[in-house]
Design a protein around this ligand. Structure first.
Ligand code: RP5
Length: 185
């Protein structure tokens, strides 16, 4: 039996999947159970309302919502639940995601959405982990280790740069951030 999901990752379209999968990657890194859902605020508002209204009762503690363009999904979900909602503006072909960012970040007083950077789904996952860690000692310890790992990697990069020199330090050789996948050749 799979574990009860603590985080719901909701996206407005399957075209958001490549970006929103990063939120799942962050949660998996910390062993946090989540569910992923496609539910559009414009194309299927009833489904969004049902999901948001039932989320707390279903055992979710945090919702991550990502959408692009007229990205009303995170705000609509936030209006229908008292759970913390983390918004991920997904980049768009015409306006580069500034449209998504502004649509998500400019919430009215009283209904906040914690808005990440454009395509910042990995950080959304991390933010969810940090919220859950408030009541979970194991997650707190994992977060401390994660930060230490990042610091160690900076030192490793610095050491390599000093060793091989500015011109021989190729970006392709660079040490990856914790949780970052090496891009395909
Ligand atoms: C938004 O419209 C979705 O979140 C997606 O980012 C964007 C485009 O959706 P598709 O036309 O690719 O389904 O609602």
């Amino acid at each position: 039996m799979s574990a009860q999901a603590e985080v719901g990752i909701v996206m407005g379209s399957d075209s958001d999947l490549p970006v929103m999968a990063e939120a799942g990657a962050a949660l998996e890194r910390f062993g946090v159970a989540y569910e992923a859902v496609i539910a559009s605020a414009h194309r299927h508002p009833e489904m969004v309302a049902r999901y948001a209204r039932g989320a707390a009762e279903a055992g979710l503690k945090v919702i991550i919502a990502g959408a692009g363009g007229a990205a009303h999904l995170p705000g609509v979900i936030a209006s229908l639940t008292a759970l913390p909602v983390i918004g991920v503006p997904v980049s768009t072909p015409h306006l580069g995601g500034v449209d998504s960012l502004l649509a998500i970040v400019q919430m009215p007083r009283g209904v906040p959405v914690a808005t990440m950077a454009v395509n910042g789904a990995f950080n959304a996952g991390l933010m969810a982990v940090q919220i859950l860690a408030l009541e979970n000692r194991g997650l707190q310890e994992q977060l401390v280790r994660y930060r230490r790992e990042m610091a160690a990697q900076i030192e490793e990069k610095d050491e390599r740069l000093r060793r091989v020199g500015f011109h021989r330090y190729k970006a392709g050789d660079r040490v990856l951030h914790p949780g970052e996948e090496r891009p395909p050749d």
